[in-house]
Design a protein around this ligand. Sequence first.
Ligand code: HEC
Length: 146
Amino acid sequence: MSKRWLAVMLGALVGSSALADVKAIVAYRQGTMKALGGHTAALKAIFAEGQTQFLPDARAHGEAILRLSKSIPQMFPKGSEYRKSAAKKEIWQNFDDFIARAQNLERLAEAFVQAAQANDAAAMQAAFQKMGKEGCGGCHEKYRKD
Ligand code: HEC
């Protein structure tokens, strides 16, 4: 095999493994975002749709959101753009702002968990609404494709 041919083959291999890496990280972040969506839907049922018998689970949902929010910056490494991803390229053009929005969700989730620890249902409801609107919505409005 000629050296040139070998170089072409290696290039193709490296190229395809890079694509596999991007696909894998996009799968991880979309899976985690879906999980955040699941926890949020469950909390909405508790606080907006009267499923108050599940109030004792609310803290667990909040703690999961808090824990997962800490990994958001890492889930968007440079170059992880992919046609099946709804992440806008602006994320990497304004990465500090993107991280600040992830940290804002973290702070709001922390406030929710504190209200849950205090067993204060009214404070939990208010913290939940703020978390959804400003925490999740505050990032999606700028960085997620429709
Ligand atoms: C700092 C930014 C940021 C925050 C905060 C954030 N998201 Fe996302 N979210 C994104 C981006 C960007 C995508 C698109 C990811 C992709 O497709 O690669 C996304 C995608 C999603 C999706 C679609 C997943 C899929 O592929 O089906 C859901 C659901 C979701 N987010 C829910 C939430 C919820 C609920 C919260 C708050 C608890 C939240 N997100 C907080 C940026 C954020």
